[in-house]
Design a protein around this ligand. Sequence first.
Ligand SMILES: [Zn+2]
Ligand SMILES: [Zn+2]
Length: 137
Amino acid sequence: MPFEFVIACALCGKQFTLVWLMDPVRVGPESTAEITCPICGKRFHLAPGNLLPVPNAPNNLAASRPVRTTELVYDCPSCGMRGLTVTLVHTDLSWEELSRETMELCVCSNSPCPKRGLQQNLHPTRTGFGALNPSLA
Ligand SMILES: [Zn+2]
Ligand SMILES: [Zn+2]
């Protein structure tokens, strides 16, 4: 269910509208999302806990890309063991942007794995449930 908010950019202070394709089961009040300001193009983190949805947002404001909730899944590159780590993200980025920029410390516990028990700094391999925004390119 989408919620529309009017927010001000944390960096340039300009107002814009934000649509969050919210899944109430997975978006807790402590969740934060990474938002890209449609006016200055900078990114900042936003917590929706203290925002009020605006049912009829003024349409003279710029609109950001919708925020989506997705699982990022990290598989072991050494042995192919699936799902070493799964993280939940709220983001307006595409897979291309996210998978390049996101890293997570993972440890593989698969006994035949050559990297077993070692910390590996990995990019996500795939998404679990949910979909990300299409690439801008
Ligand atoms: Zn801005
Ligand atoms: Zn492994």
